[in-house]
Design a protein around this ligand. Structure first.
Ligand SMILES: N[C@@H](CCC(=O)N[C@@H](CS)C(=O)NCC(=O)O)C(=O)O
Length: 214
């Protein structure tokens, strides 16, 4: 493995899968380094990314880039993404979609993953989680409506990095009380993604399997 390539640090089950899929789709000269869960809090990784989160990209010159949407922007600008960072309608919509997915949808998941950071008692945590799922229901409906109004195949009408992030979010929905059966366009999108060779390559690199086969 050449050591002059940037390394994309990922971990199974996480949003870093979106960057991993993007790397596969554009065949970017980036090495994907998968960590076992927990390694992200170990000194070796904290020395790379003190936030203790994935994804991160470490560059041969010692620079480190964190934040999924920034990494996708860099991949698109440097290695030719479908739209990102280009002043085309797709590029603008892609930036908008990735920002929405990061701040609104991913951001809402906080209490689902760690309710104890948002409330103390069991009852309060249950209440916070319920409010989280109510909010997520609205977000997933918006994702479903956008995908449907784009024709149903790809989130923005043609394939973009937004589809990679959407796939991650659809995988997470399964861990909540929400049901994918209520979002037929998202369910079909998941199946389309899982038939894609780049997605399969990225899943394998991250020790993950397609959901439909799970
Ligand atoms: N704002 C960051 C959030 C990254 C993030 O929350 N990563 C999660 C996985 S999806 C993580 O590393 N969690 C591990 C932890 O917090 O212990 C981004 O958009 O990249």
């Amino acid at each position: 493995m050449p050591d002059d390539r940037p390394v994309l640090h990922v971990m199974p089950g996480t949003c870093s899968l979106a960057a991993n899929i993007a790397v596969a789709w554009i065949d970017a000269p980036v090495t994907v380094g998968n960590m076992a869960y927990g390694e992200h809090k170990q000194p070796a990784y904290l020395a790379i990314n003190p936030k203790g989160k994935v994804p991160a990209v470490s560059f041969p010159d010692g620079d480190v880039l964190t934040e999924l949407s920034a990494i996708l922007a860099w991949l698109g600008a440097e290695h030719g993404g479908p739209g990102y960072a280009r002043d085309t309608k797709l590029g603008r919509r892609e930036a908008e979609a990735l920002s929405f997915m990061t701040t609104e949808v991913h951001g809402t998941y906080g209490p689902h993953f760690a309710a104890d950071k948002f409330a103390r008692s069991d009852a309060a945590q249950a209440e916070v989680k319920q409010a989280t799922y109510d909010k997520l229901r609205g977000h997933y409906q918006m994702l479903e409506d956008t995908l449907s109004s784009s024709g149903g195949d790809w989130y923005l009408g043609e394939r973009s990095f937004a589809d990679a992030f959407l796939y991650v979010l659809v995988r997470w929905l399964d861990q909540t009380p929400l049901s994918l059966a209520d979002y037929p366009a998202l369910a079909a999108h998941r199946d389309r993604m899982e038939a894609d060779q780049g997605v399969r390559t990225a899943l394998a690199r991250q020790d993950m399997t397609p959901m439909a086969a799970a």
